[in-house]
Design a protein around this ligand. Structure first.
Ligand code: ARG
Length: 575
């Protein structure tokens, strides 16, 4: 454990127990960053009330128990404990981080099985910009949990089933398999869908055929299933192109689409009905989880079988949650899905708890993704009002990145690699650096900026450290400690770096990637100040100081690169 706040908390708690008895060992020591020291502990004030003693006196007693503390502790004001850590303690903890492959991020013990439902585009419609955020945020959370040693099971809950597939398959037969495959692989799913839809609306016999096809699909007719596979495989190949472009870790093995649950739906309904959790209301099978009412104060139904006998989105999610708990043995299930589905998930979770399918020991959490807005503050769309095609958007990011670094004199291959990293890094970082549940304005100019809390700025920060090593004729990987801290800017950077592991753990606990972005941005800023004030390899710097500073550079690079990798932001060697 290197996080200074955690170390302090533990030490102060030990002091509380020693001074006032073991029953106080669990009191929150209330450690906060301080203006006057590294940290302050405010526990004396709250404890004084309970002990009916003067706060300053309580603070003094705590301080007396901290005599062997690696730093100075002062009592100030009404009873604050101002705590300043010794430089040598910070330096030795920082040196220890060097030898740790996780850069100070602990492992969760015991390891948890974390099921992460993310991306989940719909096959019948094109993958659009709304799926970008769920994909990027979900992928970051998967990486973070894996880094912490958890067992991550990715579930790409593709919209790959349901009534539209009747018309999609009939359209495939009309235009021929090869033409359909070519169109779908090229990412023209929307055009394909619209063509099918137009026939469905305008052509009675096509409509009739489509309806029949839905039934044959659902009854498992082998030829219909083959056609469904032709359609889906081509669609998934296109999704994979997008994932590859983004550097997202999802593979075909992670696909667990709606179709997968089809064979379980009947039993799902039967079991819920037999258990008395679901009841038939107006012909539909519904669960009425307590506490959910509509505007008319009537209980709100979660419909798990429609009155025509068909199954819908909620049916599938009920089967899925049971499968995830029972078969996948999840300890935690994260649903990284748009915020507009909040009510749906609250009801699914409540219904699953009622059914006993989601025990109290398992957490189901909706990681709400806010809407992506255009610069006009409205839902992000093309000028003609259509939803923006994801591939086009990503390509534009790369093109713009290319223009930004055009004049830097790299050969073609290097430039392409940098351009790709910068373009994708910009889009992904922009997405991750804002709170996932707030709406956010998609703005190329801002996200591609080389200053501020942006992907390119963070990438540049790492490239700059790498160039320091090139100049020094050393490689960061060969650099070893010890880290020795002298100047205030060195000390501030070293102290900050120690918080990396705790930040990663927080990101996992709260599902909040933006905290990691904020930490890395602060790291880069502190590094800049350090680099301005403390020459590393300049002439006149003695070799020993230079070695210590290079070690600090190497640790900073490790933290930045590890952090960016957890975000899924690529890191070019040069920029
Ligand atoms: N396909 C859905 C959509 O695009 C998201 C699915 C999310 N996951 C789930 N288990 N419902 O809105």
């Amino acid at each position: 454990m290197t996080d200074p706040q955690k170390v302090l908390a533990e030490r102060v708690q030990q002091a509380l127990a020693a001074a006032f008895g073991a029953e106080h060992a669990d009191a929150d020591p209330l450690i906060r960053p301080s203006q006057f020291a590294d940290f302050q502990a405010n526990v004396a004030m709250s404890l004084a009330k309970r002990l009916r003693r003067a706060p300053r006196e309580v603070a003094e007693s705590i301080r007396a128990e901290l005599s062997d503390f690696p730093g100075t502790v002062e009592v100030s004001g009404p009873g604050f404990l101002n705590i300043t850590l010794d430089d040598t303690w910070i330096a030795s903890e920082a040196t220890r981080m060097f030898d740790d492959p996780r850069a100070g991020a602990g492992t969760t013990t015991p390891a948890q099985t974390v099921v992460i439902d993310y991306s989940a585009p719909n096959a019948a419609k094109e993958m659009h910009v709304g799926h970008l955020r769920t994909t990027i945020v979900g992928d970051c959370l998967a990486r973070v949990h894996e880094h912490l040693g958890n067992h991550v099971i990715r579930q790409n809950h593709l919209g790959d089933w349901g009534t539209p597939f009747g018309m999609l398959i009939e359209h495939l037969l009309d235009i021929g398999e090869d033409a359909a495959v070519a169109q779908l692989e090229a990412g023209q799913g929307t055009a394909y869908y619209q063509a099918a839809r137009a026939k469905f609306d305008g052509d009675e016999s096509f409509k009739q055929r489509s309806r029949v096809r839905v039934t044959t699909l659902q009854s498992g007719d082998p030829e219909t299933l083959r056609l469904w596979h032709v359609f889906m495989d081509a669609t998934v190949r296109y999704f994979n192109k997008v994932y590859e472009m983004l550097g997202v870790t999802l593979t075909d093995a992670d696909i667990a689409g709606e179709s997968m649950y089809n064979p379980m739906l009947e039993k799902t309904c039967q079991d819920l009905e037999a258990a008395g959790v679901a009841t038939v209301s107006e012909g539909a099978l519904c669960v009425f989880p307590p506490g959910f009412t509509g505007s008319d104060d009537k209980p709100l139904p979660l419909i798990i079988r429609k009155s025509d006998g068909g199954y819908g989105y909620a049916s599938t999610d009920m089967a899925a949650i049971r499968y995830r708990v029972h078969d996948l043995k999840a300890d935690r299930i994260l649903y990284v899905v748009g915020a507009d589905q909040a009510l749906h998930f609250r009801m699914v979770f409540a219904a699953a708890r009622l059914a006993g399918w989601l025990p109290d020991t398992v957490n189901a959490e909706h990681v709400q993704i806010g809407m992506m807005l255009g610069k006009d503050g409205r839902r992000f769309k093309t000028r003609s009002g259509e939803s923006v095609k994801l591939m086009d958007l990503l390509q534009e990011a790369i093109d713009r990145a290319s223009a930004a670094i055009a004049d830097r004199g790299y050969d073609e291959t290097t430039r392409e690699a940098i351009t790709h990293s910068v373009g994708m890094g910009a889009v992904k970082y922009a997405d991750l650096s804002v709170n996932h549940d707030s709406e956010y304005v998609f703005d190329f100019d801002r996200m591609l900026g080389f200053t501020g809390n942006t992907g390119p700025y963070m990438q540049y920060a790492t490239a700059r450290i790498r160039s320091i090593f090139r100049k020094a004729g050393r490689s960061p990987a060969e650099t070893t400690g010890p880290i020795v801290l002298g100047e205030p800017a060195e000390r501030a950077l070293g102290l900050h770096l120690l918080g990396f592991g705790e930040t990663v753990e927080q990101v996992a606990a709260q599902s909040e990637p933006h905290r990691l972005c904020a930490f890395l941005f602060e790291t880069a800023s502190l590094f800049s100040s350090f680099y301005e004030e403390c020459p590393v390899t300049k002439e006149g710097v003695d070799p020993e100081t230079s070695a210590h500073r290079l070690a600090l550079c190497a640790l900073t690079l490790r933290v930045l690169e590890t952090g960016l990798d957890l975000l899924g932001v690529p890191v070019p060697e040069r920029m």
